[in-house]
Write a new protein. Sequence first.
Length: 666
Amino acid sequence: MDEKIEKVRKDSAPGSAGVEGESVSQAEIEEILMKYDRESAYRRIPGAYSVVISVIAIAFSLFQLYTAAFGVLPAQIQRAVHLGFGVLLAYLLYPASRRGIRKLAWYDVVLAVVGAFVMSYLVWNFKALLVRAGAYTTVDIIIGTIGILLVLEATRRVVGIPILVVVCCFLAYAYFGRYVPGFFQHRGASIERLVGHMFFTTEGMFGIPLGVSSTFIFLFILFGAFLEKTGIGQFFIDIANSIAGHAAGGPAKVAVITSAFEGTVSGSSVANTVGSGSFTIPMMKKLGYRPEFAAAVEASASTGGQLMPPIMGAAAFLMAEFIGVPYLQIVKAAVIPAILYFTGVFIVVHLEAKKTGLRGLPRERMPRFWRIMRERGQLFLPLVAIIYLLVEGSTPMKAALWGLVVAVLASCISRSTRMKPQDILAALEQGARNALGVVIACAAAGMIVGTVTLTGLGLKLANGLILLARGQLLPTLFFTMLTSLVLGMGAPTTANYVITSTIAAPALLKLGVPVIAAHMFAFYFGIVADVTPPVALAAFAGSGIAKSNPLRTGVESTKLSIAAFLVPYFFVYSPSLLLLGGAHGLETARVVLGAVIGMIGVGAALEGWLVTRTRVIERPLLLVSGLMLIHPHLTTDVVGLALIVAVYLIQTLRLRRESHARAVSG
């Protein structure tokens, strides 16, 4: 059985974390993962075939560990071997259609072997290709064309059709550029030039995204697989239950806290949603939450996991390479916005619980925090080790490598978490499987970047957005948000960042927005596409568990995330939230406080509840108060704060009068 399905099955078992809930059947879990998470749509064929797959996957992980420990190979060789393993496993594991999930087609074996051969061609002819320096032979072009086509088909199978369509549109634009009207027109690239640029240089398929995948990203995904073997997923759920399970709307708050924890090591919104949602969604329904709201809470929180350092769905490593700043600076910049995102979702969840009168679970049925920490607290040690090593100046690669070692050693402290040799082998295999989506997505995204460098599309689109917004920052931010939401639909996190940062972020850079803020802004809204209809993959996956209406769940997820939609605007107008150089502690604290109060205002306006049910005039006042706190100006801050305090006092007095009237009449 697939490792991810097995993990979800264990986490969703009745009585998990000491709380009785509705179980989610294995068949339902498998169906949801296969439908919404392409990385889980593996072939499942037992016997010799599975042994071959295991050997190849373990060899892939060992290759990555070897180069991390003893030094990476020259860039093109490292990336070619990395993608060769990826393409080989992609065709062996992923069928052309769901009908082939239980059988292996002969042509998939042929495609897998051809894919491995094509990538090895770069390794064997590395020196010859350097000598030719762009003077490609007919054989080179044929090999390159086959390689591009194989990666495109692997993208369709592993990652999904949306990203394939985007890549094909970019390639078509590169070739047919002379026929494009307006300022997007360019002279066009011949097949020879296009194939040479995309396959034989480090500007296309083997560019920065695949380079980061072949070094940092794979190791952190492998690190996550090792942590899962120690039972850290259930550990996070138990910790969250001990903190918030007894509070108003307890299971919903547990979903938010658990997803924040899981976001530190996970790389998939859908996998997060199904993993923790298989436990939290049935519990929320049991306590009286509407199915759509229960699914939306989990989807919104799980999507936020892609924004949580240190991994950010593997985008942190790409961002560091794209921007050219130390990885640790990206992590520091992402901390406060990520906390604000989860705070926004938490606020709306709390207001919904208060409005509908939903209580938490009895304290005596909740696991005890200090008991959990005493029995399994060592599971935090690998995360602590990675953060310590990064702060001390180690490279992300070395930090991940030592994190793996610490994970194995820490697991040995307790018998319940101890990893056996077979667990280590299983983690090596699962790490390679989990990385396939990222490997293929990075290769595909590299062709998008290659098109931009070949045609200058990024600058053209930036000029177009600024022209549309007439050079004003706020309209440009709004149009960039819409662009990122559209481009991010259906794309995995790594490809999502590459697309949005390449296409949408340049417009903000031209208006003087700090580079990290511009990239973060585009990335945030690309990620929020996972809970924004019409695609909303995470929301639809949660809907499958809750058995709710998918479209209504998507709308509910968007509403839940609306307060969090403000976060990118906050850090563009207040870069101190990103802890950039020169950020003053008091100024940062003031902006954070203003952001939280602003999200309370917006959340209360949407939910129709602050202290009590809002009246018609109070909703717009709350909404205006929240929006005014976006801009870090003294006047707008004072007016926004005054409005929300006024509504708070009015509702408090009204609530007291109503309570007094009930007491008198009683």
